[in-house]
Design a protein around this ligand. Structure first.
Ligand SMILES: Cc1cc2nc3c(=O)[nH]c(=O)nc-3n(C[C@H](O)[C@H](O)[C@H](O)COP(=O)(O)OP(=O)(O)OC[C@H]3O[C@@H](n4cnc5c(N)ncnc54)[C@H](O)[C@@H]3O)c2cc1C
Length: 423
């Protein structure tokens, strides 16, 4: 079968890898010059490894990813570490990634610590997320963890991530975040781009054709032959028997010749990447910002996880944020975003100096955060679209999981299986 895949992120690449492996004739179209989508990397001249545009790691239980890495011979490149995760309280980072550290956390009373431990323990042990779809994360946290833990830790994090939607987020989303977390994290030697480049080579060596820098502009059925026509911004016109869209749902809706419902609200991820001569944080890898007077949600010091020698011996820090459509910070340059963040970076690290910055980049993950409202599974898009032969697979459909390349790999594999079965 001739199969056209739209989008060269991890879902599209995984599906292409599977489908070329089954002997199908696969064409993959990617809008950007570099493959990888939200997991794509970039590189400064003085770095030996590319770096993801947004902070990326894997959990040790990311099974679909581990299987893929084994299949394509990359298992030996896995780096496994236990970096420090901390929470900001009164402008200071407190390590909060184990029971012992929870006991030492000064912001909660002994009773609240026990209730927080109970909440986290229940979510870790309970395998059933479905009943939690009808309860808000807020209700679950307040009932089990208590009002104080809600106020100090969880409310500012949910507000920072989901803004005006924070009270609507389902407890099943929160369950997924806690249930899946592992304290040891994985990365790949050479960065995620090593995986992306290896998949690209595998797809091409099995006969797949990859067109980067190529925006698909329309997809429509050709009635007489039962196949589909796909047009691109390069005046391309391609014919395929099956189409797999892996683009965000709102983009898919614009490409298809029908009104396709997109009832899920999304936020956009905005990441500032700073390469500095001095570290912004000394020990912490991941710092949750639980103070909403800061204009960002997380500070992630990549080089407190991965050795800085791969980045010209400089320190790499991500400043992460989620913003709604039309937010003014979505349309500013890296320098303007940095200016907006500097006072808070200095509050966090009084020794921080602008002269330490070697390079800065700003990236936007379009619609990278779906809002998991109550009963999300009823609204999430399905693999089969209303047009037989056209399939949709993107991060909206991996519930109860939040998002992640592990699920993109699983989804790509499932999509490939469904397309192959629908011969
Ligand atoms: C801030 C942030 C942090 C994250 N952290 C992690 C992490 O630590 N670990 C982890 O595993 N995952 C993480 N993720 C999630 C992970 O990156 C995504 O789940 C995964 O990459 C999604 O892959 P995808 O292929 O489904 O979608 P995408 O990566 O969005 O791929 C869709 C592709 O379609 C292309 N496209 C769009 N329109 C068109 C068009 N008209 N024609 C052709 N191509 C088009 C896009 O350019 C894009 O490449 C993070 C994401 C973000 C935003």
């Amino acid at each position: 079968m001739r199969i056209a895949i739209i989008g060269g992120g991890m879902t599209g690449l995984s599906a292409a890898y599977e489908l070329t492996g089954k002997g199908h004739s696969v064409m993959l179209f990617e809008k950007n010059a570099v493959l990888g989508g939200l997991a794509a990397g970039f590189k400064e001249a003085n770095w030996s490894w590319p770096l993801e545009q947004s902070y990326h790691h894997w959990f040790t239980n990311d099974r679909a990813m581990l299987t893929l890495l084994r299949d394509i011979g990359l298992s030996e490149k896995i780096i496994l570490k236990r970096p420090v995760t901390a929470t900001l309280w009164h402008d200071l980072p407190y390590q909060l990634d184990s029971g012992r550290h929870l006991l030492l956390f000064p912001a909660l009373s002994p009773v609240d610590k026990v209730r927080t431990a109970l909440l986290l323990g229940l979510l870790k042990l309970n395998p059933f997320w479905q009943p939690l779809e009808s309860l808000s994360a807020q209700s679950l946290i307040r009932i089990v963890g208590g009002n104080e833990a809600w106020r100090v830790i969880w409310e500012p994090l949910l507000q920072g991530k989901f803004g005006g939607y924070s009270n609507l987020v389902a407890a099943s989303w929160f369950w997924a975040r806690i249930h899946k977390r592992t304290s040891r994290l994985m990365y790949l030697s050479g960065g995620f781009q090593t995986l992306i480049n290896t998949l690209e080579r595998r797809i091409q060596s099995s006969g797949g054709v990859i067109s980067a820098n190529c925006v698909v502009t329309k997809v429509f059925p050709e009635k007489r032959s039962g196949s589909f026509i796909l047009t691109t911004n390069r005046n391309g016109r391609h014919t395929a028997d099956r189409i797999l869209l892996t683009v965000p749902t709102a983009i898919a809706a614009r490409l298809l010749p029908l009104s396709y419902p997109t009832p899920i609200p999304h936020l956009h991820a905005v990441t500032l990447v700073l390469e500095t001569k001095q570290p912004i944080m000394r020990r912490t890898y991941w710092l949750n910002i639980t103070d909403r007077s800061y204009p960002f949600l997380a500070v992630v010091a990549h080089t407190n996880f991965i050795d800085k020698r791969h980045y010209g011996n400089h320190h790499i820090t991500y400043v992460g944020n989620y913003l709604p459509q039309d937010h003014p910070l979505l349309s500013v340059s890296a320098q303007q975003l940095f200016r907006a963040y500097v006072p808070s970076l200095k509050r966090l690290t009084p020794r921080f100096s602008e002269t330490s910055v070697v390079s800065m980049h700003r990236f936007i993950g379009y619609a990278a955060q779906p809002v998991h409202e109550l009963h999300y599974s009823r609204r999430a898009p399905t693999l089969a679209t209303p047009i037989p032969g056209i399939f949709l697979a993107n991060l909206d459909s991996i519930y109860p999981w939040d998002r992640g390349t592990n699920y993109a790999v699983e989804l790509g594999k499932n999509a490939a299986r469904a397309i192959d079965a629908a011969r």
